[in-house]
Write a protein that binds this ligand. Structure first.
Ligand SMILES: *Cc1c(COP(=O)(O)O)cnc(C)c1O
Length: 385
């Protein structure tokens, strides 16, 4: 069997054609196609504004800056995520801390969050921003997190890098009904792709304007906001210290075309997940639990090996890789990365996350995976178990 990765992009002829069109047009960097892509995201997720940037990492960074996160502040997130969910705090000079997960869902544990907030209020150490991570395409319980944000006074930045196309309470993830900003990633392993790329979605016009400015060097070209008056016909103003985080029209065209297939991708991922469920039945494995109010985009097919230990975990992982099955571990807990250890985090700090990471494996899951490949994955897995 040829190597089966855990995830892979799905590029159609229409996608390729859309990119070629842009290459033949006057604009190849950020031009008229980027706003069309932004509109298609906002229409889909039902948000007012979308700010397209060159990665979700950049989106998280400018989102934190727009939320005014700075050196006096702290940001809390989940340890079971990609490092970018935490790094964005450090880019702003803020402190980062983690809230442990619910081991059945891989999501931030709301009760532990509540406890930690209560304690932080006593110690006068409440966070300014909390980043719930919609792990594997699922969704955190946003109503509860929103209620806590009102009680404890923090901002909410959803990391929905895995979750475009997912639903919560029957509504699209990213509508920002219970958050300030929601970020998506379009890296090729995610649900749709622009090669590299990301979007920050919001309903708040001030936050949107801040983020549009920050992605382009902190420059505004809108005379309405000029400070050096009277302005000249050629005026543009740098009003903050921004970056070049722009998406190109080439990528935006790919994104617009990919959006046409988003619902198809998500339903195919759900179909494949259900098939895994049937095929795995009876094996000493638990499938990740998806909360009742959630329709997952199923970015990852996460399973947990029952009665696992680190040695068994590593053995199963390595043996699957040996037979060309591109399993992955999502994730090594962020606080155990050498960099995070160097700033003071220690093993034992987040026991649920650490235990989760010692039994978790992502099986291959992407549109285009066929049933023969799935059968092969399950049969190799059952041999090992
Ligand atoms: C992929 C990912 C990111 C970063 O996305 P990029 O577009 O690669 O910068 C951030 N958070 C999570 C949870 C991710 O999976």
């Amino acid at each position: 069997m040829a190597f089966i990765p855990y995830g892979r992009q799905n590029i159609s002829d229409a996608d390729i054609q859309a990119v070629i069109e842009i290459l033949k047009s006057p604009f190849i960097t950020q031009g008229p196609t980027v706003p069309i892509f932004e509109k298609s995201i906002s229409n889909y997720v039902n948000s007012t504004y979308s700010v397209a940037v060159n990665s979700a990492t950049s989106a998280l960074h400018i989102a934190c800056l727009a939320l005014d996160l700075g050196p006096e502040d702290s940001l809390w997130t989940s340890p079971i995520t990609f490092v970018a969910s935490a790094n964005c705090a450090l880019y702003c000079g803020a402190k980062v801390d983690f809230v442990d997960i619910d081991i059945n869902t891989g999501l931030l544990d709301i009760n532990l969050l509540k406890e930690k907030l209560t304690k932080a209020r006593r110690d006068n150490l409440l966070p300014k921003v909390i980043v719930p991570v919609h792990y594997a395409g699922s969704s955190c319980n946003m109503k509860e997190i929103y209620a806590l944000s009102k009680e404890f006074g923090f901002k909410i930045l959803e990391d929905a890098s895995h979750a475009i196309g997912g639903k919560l309470y029957g509504e699209p993830v990213g509508n920002c009904k219970y958050s300030d900003i929601c970020v998506f990633s379009f890296h090729p392993v995610k649900i749709i792709t622009t090669a590299e790329g990301g979007v920050a979605s919001t309903n708040n016009s001030y936050l949107a304007r801040k983020m549009y400015e920050l992605r382009s060097h902190g420059i505004t070209k809108d005379p309405k906001f000029f400070k050096n008056l009277p302005s000249k016909p050629w005026s543009y103003e740098q009003q903050s210290l921004g970056f070049n985080y722009r998406l190109t029209d080439i990528q935006a065209a790919l994104g617009i075309s990919q959006m046409q297939n988003l619902d198809k991708f998500v339903s195919e991922r759900n179909r494949l997940w259900k098939l895994y469920k049937e095929k795995i039945e009876g094996l000493p494995i638990s499938m990740l639990n998806i909360p009742q109010d959630v329709i997952s985009s199923l970015h990852l097919a996460v399973v947990l090996i029952n009665n696992c230990d680190p040695i068994k975990h590593q053995l199963i992982f390595s043996k699957l890789r040996e037979v060309n099955i591109g399993v992955q571990v999502h994730y090594i807990p962020v606080h155990l990365q050498p960099f995070y250890k160097s700033i003071g985090f220690k093993k034992g700090y987040l026991p649920n996350a650490e235990r989760f990471a010692e039994s978790v494996i992502s099986l291959p899951l992407f549109p285009g995976l066929n049933e023969k490949e799935q059968d092969y994955v399950v049969s190799e897995l059952s041999k090992l178990l």
